[in-house]
Design a protein around this ligand. Structure first.
Ligand code: AHM
Ligand code: MG
Length: 321
């Protein structure tokens, strides 16, 4: 039986959140709509430039936009119109985007519209990451968004790879859907995803190794001694998706250049940590669980060590010294 993402979300809502009254499924379907728009644009990347090369407009007379700007606007547009959205926070906007419903809407959406920016122009996989939080009563502005990851209601990502895949969790397992381009629908292809307890690959930007913490360098040598292989795409969503399916570990530890880590807590680390834990994996910043960190600012960075239980557990033990 063909199960579309819409059908699946509605089903989950009826079974698990009967009080949600359509709000929640409307949010997730807004997100799938935005990502379908983004993927359509990505699939024509390069072509659109050629077709519009004479000026700033393409053949349809539309202004050309950089993909990350387009992706941001697609999400803002598709979700900003949903009644239950109170506020949105995007990697692309310094401040939270407050809406008319800032004091009444039920949910806050936090997202990275197009992750893997260095890969956009070279035909390598990129992604969109999102997290959904409840709007807390009596807390206003940016403070409303500063919630630890364990409070997320749902989270997920879309990977624009050799196919387009939508992966999400609402706290009751992880589900993956592949876009069937002929019919334009995401269909369930990965029911109840589980990360292997252990893998055979690690994923890290090794050019930074000289400035990693000593325990991290020792950890990587140990994995190499055991015969681990290395894979690094440089798009977090793609590196994470491989780790989810095959097991192993992805690391972005503190470096000299980024002593707090490079990745963003609210819209990169937290949503992927939620997915990882729901799939049986783990996510830590070193000594602490990612989803327990109390954020202090919306664009805060964090070290991220995420993946299989065995590898992440071993990192945790080694960093304790
Ligand atoms: P971005 O949000 O500007 O795309 O940066 C985040 C990206 C991640 O996708 C990826 O894991 C990381 O940056 C790669 O960083 P580096 O090039 O330092 O290895
Ligand atoms: Mg990013």
């Amino acid at each position: 039986m063909l199960i579309t993402v819409q059908h699946h979300i509605l089903q989950q809502q009826e079974d698990l959140f009967p009080e949600a009254r359509g709000n929640f499924s409307s949010l997730l379907s807004g997100m799938t709509l935005a990502t379908k728009m983004i993927q359509a644009k990505i699939r024509r990347a390069g072509l659109v430039d050629i077709l519009g090369a004479a000026g700033e407009t393409n053949v349809q007379g539309e202004a050309q936009q950089k993909l990350d700007v387009y992706a941001n606007q697609a999400v803002l547009h598709c979700l900003g119109a949903r009644e239950s959205v109170a506020m949105m926070v995007s990697e692309e906007n310094a401040q939270p985007i407050t809406l008319d419903r800032s004091e009444t809407g039920k949910y806050i959406i936090v997202f990275d519209p197009l992750d893997g920016s260095s890969n956009i122009d070279v035909n390598v996989s990129v992604g969109t990451i999102f997290s959904i939080l409840r709007r807390p009563d009596g807390v206003h502005g940016e403070a409303a968004v500063l919630q630890p990851g364990w409070k997320q209601v749902a989270a997920g990502y879309v990977l624009y790879g050799s196919s387009t895949i939508f992966v999400y969790t609402a706290g009751h397992g992880v589900f993956g859907f592949t876009l069937e381009p002929e019919i334009g629908a995401f269909v369930l292809t990965f029911p109840n995803m589980k990360m292997p307890a252990q893998g055979a690959m690690y994923s890290v930007n090794e050019a930074n190794v000289d400035t990693f913490p000593d325990s991290c360098r020792a950890y990587l040598s140990r994995l190499r001694e055991r015969g681990y292989s290395s894979r690094y795409i440089g798009s977090l969503v793609a590196d994470f998706h491989r780790t989810l399916l095959k097991g192993g570990v992805f690391l972005y530890p503190p470096t000299k250049k980024n002593p707090q880590g490079k990745l963003r807590l609210l819209y990169e680390a937290n949503p992927l940590a939620f997915v990882a834990e729901q799939a049986g994996g783990q996510a830590i910043a070193g000594g602490s669980r990612i989803m327990d960190i109390e954020p202090r600012s919306i664009h805060e960075r964090t070290p991220l060590i995420i993946g299989s239980k065995v590898e992440v557990g071993e990192y945790y033990e080694m960093q304790k010294g």
